[in-house]
Design a protein around this ligand. Structure first.
Ligand code: FES
Length: 236
């Protein structure tokens, strides 16, 4: 019996290995599937749904769905990209994302996905929630205005750093990232070298004194769209 699993994404034949998710098999084959809460090395979370694909016509998260022989996956189609645009649109208006003032601009995955998917301006009204900043830690700050609740910091701290510094608190529209201390980040054992300090895809958890180290124009997504390195076959 062959150990290879064959299926298609947008008509392209993909060969994957048992146990791979659609996102992993696609990436290995040079097909980029947009994602936000997925991060290599962390347990897949399946919460942002930006990686949604249609499998035999039904929506599934590509970062958690294992591959199966003969599955027909639609990813880069008008219909699927419209779903993704809606998610990105909502993430922008639910928080306070002012890219022109953000240290992460040019290296922000949310911003880069908006550009890749052709979003020039949000289509929903801004909610302008009131959110806090925590600047108490000597090396890292949290700007809750920019948090998209992807849980990458939660998983990185728990699974890689073994510290459990971050988790969610409250519910519904009030859900937010919290730290495992009475009040502030400075009271945790977060170190600037922790995986959790670099796992944030946006500008919510940022290392101090590094924000503008790389000039605009030379940042991660300034020259090529997010996902280009995967499509070019560059292995990370
Ligand atoms: S990347 Fe798959 S649900 Fe977020």
């Amino acid at each position: 019996m062959s150990a290879t699993i064959e299926f298609t994404i947008d008509g392209k034949e993909i060969k994957g290995q048992p146990g791979q998710t659609i996102l992993e098999a696609a990436q290995q084959a040079g097909v980029y599937i947009p994602r936000l809460c997925y991060m290599k090395g962390l347990t897949p979370w399946g919460s942002c749904r930006v990686c949604t694909v249609l499998i035999n016509g039904r929506p599934q998260a590509a970062c958690t769905q294992p591959i199966a022989p003969g599955m027909v996956v639609e990813s880069s189609t008008d219909k699927v990209n419209a779903l993704r645009r809606n998610i990105i649109d909502m993430l922008f208006v639910e928080g306070n994302h002012f890219c022109m003032f953000c240290e992460k601009s040019g290296s922000c995955e949310l911003q880069a996905l908006a550009y890749r998917l052709g979003i020039a301006a949000p289509k929903y009204p801004f909610m302008f929630p009131k959110r806090e900043l925590d600047m108490s830690h000597p090396d890292v700050f949290i700007d809750h205005n920019r948090c998209i609740q992807c849980a990458r910091c939660v998983r990185a701290s728990r699974d890689v750093d073994g510290k459990h510094v971050f988790d969610f608190a409250d519910r519904g529209a009030h859900r937010r990232i919290a730290v495992n201390a009475e009040a502030f980040l400075k009271d945790t054992d977060l170190a600037v070298t922790d995986k959790a300090a670099e796992a944030c895809p946006v500008g919510a958890i940022v290392k101090k004194r590094t924000g503008y180290a790389v000039p605009f124009g030379q940042r991660l997504y300034d020259k090529k769209p997010i996902g280009s390195e995967i499509e070019a076959g560059v292995k990370s």
